[in-house]
Design a protein around this ligand. Structure first.
Ligand SMILES: [Zn+2]
Length: 108
């Protein structure tokens, strides 16, 4: 196990060069750096989501404690607001997920 990051963010040109595929240039791509293919896919795209802030939204064993309003767009409960979330009550997260192009390639 090395200390190298698992994902190397690349632009669409480098992603196309590495995969030999024609890609959507508007998306963010990363190449998996695990040489033993733990994740099974070379090409990854970024996934983002919004959820309740852990700093100001109280839960007990995964269930919310209290009466929180729901976010109109994302559906998650909105916390009271704190420094962690910039007083919005929600946090935006992102992570690399295997690209759907990988599965399209496998299906073909
Ligand atoms: Zn907060």
């Amino acid at each position: 196990m090395t200390d190298a990051p698992l994902f190397k963010p690349v632009n669409w040109k480098d992603a196309e060069a590495a995969t030999g595929l024609r890609l959507d240039r508007r998306r963010c791509y990363a190449l998996s750096q695990d040489t033993d293919q733990t994740f099974g896919h070379l090409l990854h795209e970024i996934a983002t989501w919004v959820e309740s802030c852990t700093g100001c939204h109280e839960t007990f064993e995964g269930h919310s404690v209290g009466d929180y309003p729901r976010h109109p767009k994302h559906g998650c409960e909105i916390g009271a607001g704190c420094e962690e979330c910039g007083y919005t009550g929600v946090r935006r997260h992102s992570w690399w997920v295997p690209s759907s192009i990988n599965s399209e390639d496998e299906a073909a």
